[in-house]
Design a protein around this ligand. Sequence first.
Ligand code: 5AD
Ligand code: SF4
Length: 518
Amino acid sequence: MNEQQRKEMDQVRQKDPKNNLERIKDKSTDEFMKYFETTYQPPNMRDAQRRRKKDVDVHYDFTIPEEMEGVGEDRKYLIRTYGCQMNEHDTEVMAGIFETMGYEPTKQAEEADIILLNTCAIRENAENKVFGEIGHLKSLKRENPDLILGVCGCMAQEEGVVNRILQKHPFIDMIFGTHNIHKIPELLKEAMFSKEMVIDVWSKEGDIIENLPRSRKGKIKAWVNVMYGCDKFCTYCIVPYTRGKERSRLPEDIIQEVRHLAAQGYKEVTLLGQNVNAYGKDLDLDYGLGDLMDDLHKIDIPRVRFTTSHPRDFDDRLIEVLAKGGNMLDHIHLPVQSGSSDVLKIMGRKYSREDYMELVRKIRAAMPDATLTTDIIVGFPNETEEQFQETLSLVEEVGFEAAYTFIFSPRENTPAAKMRDKVSMEEKKERLQRLNALINKQARETMETYENEIVHVLVEGESKNNPDVLAGYTKRNKLVNFVGPESAIGNIVPVRITKAKTWSLDGEMAETTVGVKE
Ligand code: 5AD
Ligand code: SF4
């Protein structure tokens, strides 16, 4: 790490909530709640608000430095991606940059000249997987000393991870954070010509680079970033630290990208952001996600999704626009995290169970058939059996059709990681099983309502498990496997459902679209 980088890291550390965290260290739940209600300030919020107006610059001038043009000819790159769709899409951008430099993709680590691990920090097991993989890469590097190994993504934004790599895995050539993807050509140049590990993390967390190349994974569905970062600072979550401040892309840049994708024949776009409902709040334009969706509603692309929502920012304007139908899908992924207002408060979610249920009521009133899915954390520090049961009852009350469920994983330097926790891991695992059993039951019951119905499926290709069968998703995100002609790939076709399973439907192509259930 050079002097400048060290200085920047120190500055970040000073702004970090470290002091804030020290004060809440080792508090019991009651003390924590009291502290939370009276004193706790989400870290960096004020900084974040000031910074975004002043410091976020939008750049349209990305170029590959002359000396790096063509450097990848006869060379291959491999990127292993961990974690969320945001990471998947970042990988598409990095792939675009490598391919612009002349590199070709490969899936074989043995023939790669560059291997990048695009990492996820959301839970400890995600990090463990990456450290396991770093261990495996060591022997490849020994066999081929010219191989460039890089670690990027969310873990690279964690000081503890960077230090661990420096100390224990010095054969890694470069580490760069989520804000520095556009600097790949420069970093690569440094890594190729210097013996030192190249580290570029944290440096500037504000800018938006608009004209980065992208090598998209498919030709049917595409991801489109609408915003970067998160300012919510839920007390368990590392994302605001690894992804930086909320910053929205300008509406015209997003609309142009979606138009372009529609013209290229894409059938579905998913708008991405850590908290998409905060879209536009930093722009001073009086233009939010509802307005953006309304503009996208007019574009001739069959399906527009968005993820992930935060209930607190989900406003009436958005509901009104979603209710217009058309390419607006009535599947809403709305992470609730817990059904207990007390737990929600300590999680820093800024809504209660009642607020959440009121939002669900409004959504159902505007879109009676809306499918709701969610994320839930069990075993938040000191979660009681009663509080857990409130989660179970909320799951039933809302009627979630699917959910991603997790056991709380303490993340370094987040407030929740500092709490004393009396609940055993055994108990947490048992709660997770009970929750999953309920969700599976609800998923299965919903799936059964599709038997003998016709649904519209956007066909993505052959099924992963059986090449004789095609697979795709309905508007409500139900996976359908069916027998049909190859010509259906890339199209939206009617399928009659013959059999329901818990997480997928089996069917056969239908001749008619009469009575489609969607
Ligand atoms: N432990 C467990 N789950 C977490 N999530 C975020 N942080 C943690 C954590 N520390 C879950 C939340 C979020 C999803 C993406 O990951 O449910 O919505
Ligand atoms: Fe993490 Fe989502 Fe909360 Fe942001 S809103 S802090 S990404 S859980």
